[in-house]
Design a protein around this ligand. Structure first.
Ligand code: FAD
Length: 388
């Protein structure tokens, strides 16, 4: 990784050294993610390792660098958070198991939760309570104003019925942050609820993806009772709450993924050393390697430009650029290993690793908002362009 100067100068250098020293002592060798393996494994031994890693992070006080100290975080800023994630990636640490809890639910509850709701934050930090996000539906993905899952008033709370889809890690989740329709209309008729994934009426069905993984699930809700105490913000204010979750998903949650893309670009460069690959492929690889380095630099630039409530363009751009660059690295890798001279030099296991990540890479131009939606966000929220 290229060295980069960030605001914070020598303090940040000391912070980076502290992280490196801690990782050297606390990241067990058997938890390190080998090259070209997904650091976000959703099941089996990979998931167990991620749970173990989260527990180690929690014990060391590193589970949520950017959460305020009163909520169990380290009280550091987003720059420090990004530096921490970059150091973890360079040390080949897996991603902690409770990604949605740490990067999306926690910050949302800190901003919008009632006095009682942050009680679950210690469990999110320790990984004892796993969370998922229940926003998308078969006919409501990019446009959450189309949500039809219905929340109707019952004694002391709400009865929720409907269907959610593409819910990452829902099969291992204990709780979910759900958007449902509590009144007619579009975004203004939505309410955000915290639901118990083990409650009667919740049916979670894992979906097998083309890569063979079961990363996400369909979730069917049949008259699920949700007490009033589990409404986040006011009834009807679901979209305001969701905006916070989605902003974290599209910006800070992605920092963790830059490392895997940079690593894959390094692996691709190493692959090209094995044989006289045609010049155009080498050129593409060199450009992509540079693009991968730029992801992290663009994120740092965005972070260093945060001055007010408005998130800088660079934070949105890094999300768009990450999905595109990540996909392009694996597209090129498939081209490279499909042609002589590397066709015969790459082992079946290596080929399987590249293929699997290639198949998964398309999804990351969609999850958290498609590339088209990211461009719309840039146009409206950053460039302040009028809607057509
Ligand atoms: C890896 C992954 C993880 C995910 N995890 C979760 C999760 O944990 N929880 C959850 O709730 N959801 C999750 N999702 C769902 C994800 O948020 C949606 O897939 C995404 O928002 C797109 O919605 P859609 O699939 O319904 O596509 P659609 O909204 O139907 O879009 C179809 C196509 O139309 C384009 N399009 C739509 N509207 C516009 C527009 N206004 N302008 C230009 N183009 C437009 C889109 O870009 C896309 O190409 C995940 C998805 C993936 C791939």
């Amino acid at each position: 990784m290229l060295p980069v100067e960030l605001p914070g100068g020598s303090q940040l250098t000391a912070f980076r050294t502290e992280i490196r020293d801690w990782l050297a002592l606390n990241l067990p060798a058997d938890l390190k993610v080998p090259p070209l393996r997904d650091p976000t494994g959703a099941s089996g031994a990979e998931f167990t390792k991620r749970l173990r890693w989260q527990s180690i992070l929690h014990t060391g006080g590193w589970a949520a660098v950017h959460w305020p100290t009163e909520y169990g975080g380290r009280g550091a800023g987003l720059v420090e958070h990004a530096v921490f994630l970059a150091e973890c990636a360079e040390a080949h640490a897996p991603e902690p198991a409770n990604v949605i809890g740490l990067s999306m639910v926690g910050p949302t509850l800190i901003e919008h939760g009632t006095k009682a709701q942050p009680a679950c934050l210690p469990l999110i930090l320790s990984g004892e309570q796993m969370w998922c996000q229940l926003y998308s539906e078969p006919d409501a993905g990019s446009d959450l104003g189309m949500i039809r899952t219905a929340a109707t008033r019952v004694n002391g709370g709400w009865s929720v019925s409907g269907q959610k889809i593409w819910c990452s890690w829902a099969a291992v989740a204990d709780r979910g942050m759900l958007l449902a329709r509590s009144a007619p209309g579009r975004l203004d008729g939505l309410t955000c609820f915290l639901i118990d994934m083990h409650a009667p009426g919740v049916d979670v069905r894992p979906m097998r993806q083309i890569s063979g993984d079961e990363h996400f699930c369909e979730v069917f809700l049949d008259e699920v009772y949700v007490p009033d105490s589990q409404v986040v913000g006011e009834p009807g204010a679901g979209w305001t709450v969701a905006t916070t979750t989605l902003t974290h998903e599209r910006t800070t949650a992605i920092f963790a993924r830059h490392g895997a893309t940079i690593d894959a670009a390094d692996q691709l460069a190493a692959l090209l050393e094995r044989g006289p690959v045609p010049e155009p492929l080498r050129d593409r690889a060199a450009r992509l390697w540079s693009d991968a380095q730029l992801l992290r630099l663009t994120a740092y630039r965005g972070l260093s430009e945060i001055r007010s409530d408005n998130l800088p363009a660079a934070l949105f751009i890094q999300r768009l650029a990450w999905g595109r660059t990540n996909k392009a690295v694996f597209d090129l890798a498939i081209d490279v290993i499909s042609e002589p001279p590397l066709l015969d030099q790459v082992s079946p296991d290596e080929r399987a690793d590249w293929n699997k990540l290639f198949l998964a890479s398309q999804g990351w131009t969609i999850g958290g908002g498609t590339s088209e939606i990211q461009r719309n966000m840039l146009a409206s929220r950053v460039l302040r362009m009028a809607r057509s």
